[in-house]
Design a protein around this ligand. Structure first.
Ligand SMILES: [Zn+2]
Length: 356
């Protein structure tokens, strides 16, 4: 997400803070014009532990997403909560359901754990306290609220994802998104109305839900228009590959004869990287195995054009990418093929999945 700064990394996931967080700080200061450090620091502690809880919730989403084969970019913390930026769309409704349910499940477990800890510390956990009780009690209740609130069936919040997954499991995924986002728009609008009366944060969250639900609907429509087309359906079969032991000097004239071309480099039959003229010029005395770009994204022939291939080309400047199957290069996919497919499908659109 643009405008966010990295503040750390947990379990390999970068944690980022969105710029709008400075508004939250400003709000705390404005709300306490005569505040001293002594009155403000409990609020700072409160914000830190609140967002630590949100981070744990998001990490749970990320861990399950990773286990199910999706790539996790980062977690962005916004004043209204966290967003897990997960690349690609889940291949099956059950995967989306599992990823969505993991966050509230983690918040619930944390609430129970903190509640037990509070009891052991001799705190009273009933009646509920959110801001007035001892820190452990506050935290326990807050995590329970986090769990419950996220389970509201308002896409792109977790409950909305579960709703869509359940509906999609019964048939048409596009229709499932249409219904789930319809429910979300109604709930989001209600949050905005109720929020104006009671709590301004609810207004922001409601607006986030309405905007998010519409974007989910757009993504689903484009995805449906791609008709499930996969990399293997549009790649060029039987591609030219080059052995890693060939020198950059040897390959350079050949690549220069085909402007814009990049070739997959193989070693012992296995894919190693992608070599373009720029890579060879940068390492003129190396072998192509050393000179090739090993960070180039690779696509599996079974991956969908939308969003996998579109994302890969939007993040990588070359015009070709290797298509793999079982670690072997089985084809090359061209940027213009993907663009042509996208044009026919009224795409392309950005396809980062907001995780909520
Ligand atoms: Zn969540």
């Amino acid at each position: 997400m643009r405008g966010s700064v990295k503040i750390g990394r947990v379990a390999g996931v970068p944690i980022k803070l969105h710029w709008s967080f400075s508004l939250l700080v400003l709000l705390v200061v404005l709300a306490n014009p005569h505040g001293t450090w002594a009155t403000i620091w409990p609020m700072v502690v409160w914000i830190v532990v609140l967002f630590a809880s949100v981070t744990i919730h998001e990490l749970a989403h990320c861990m399950v997403a990773r286990r199910r084969g999706l790539t996790v970019n980062d977690i962005v913390l916004l004043p209204i909560g966290g967003v897990s930026e997960i690349n690609g769309l889940p291949a099956a409704p059950a995967i989306e359901r599992d990823i969505a349910i993991a966050g509230p499940a983690a918040s619930f477990a944390l609430a129970i754990l903190l509640g037990v800890a509070a009891l052991m510390a001799g705190d009273r956990i009933w009646p509920p306290a959110l801001l007035a009780g001892p820190l452990l009690v506050d935290l326990a209740w807050m995590n329970l609220v986090l769990c419950g609130f996220n389970l509201l069936p308002a896409l792109p919040m977790d409950g909305g994802r579960v709703l869509r997954a359940v509906l999609a499991g019964r048939g048409d995924p596009l229709r499932a998104t249409r219904i789930a986002s319809g429910v979300a728009v109604v709930l989001g609008a209600a949050m905005v109305v109720v929020g104006f009366r009671y709590d301004i944060w609810l207004v922001f969250i409601g607006a986030f839900v309405v905007v998010g639900a519409n974007s989910e609907r757009r993504v689903a429509r484009v995805q449906a228009s791609f008709n499930g087309l996969r990399v293997g359906d549009v790649m060029a079969h039987d591609p030219t590959t080059v052995l890693s032991s060939v020198t950059a000097q040897q390959l350079l004239p050949w690549l220069q004869a085909y402007p814009g071309r990049a070739v997959p480099i193989v070693e012992n039959g296995r894919y190693l990287g992608l070599a373009a003229v720029e890579d060879l010029i940068a390492h003129p005395v190396a072998t192509v195995g050393e000179a090739c770009d090993k960070t180039a994204p690779v696509l599996d022939a079974s991956q969908p054009i939308f969003p996998a291939a579109l994302e890969a080309f939007s993040q990588f400047p070359r015009n070709q990418l290797a298509a793999m199957s079982g670690g072997y290069v089985v084809g090359v996919i061209y940027r213009w093929t993907v663009q042509a497919v996208a044009r026919q499908s009224r795409g392309p659109v950005a396809a980062t999945q907001p995780g909520g």
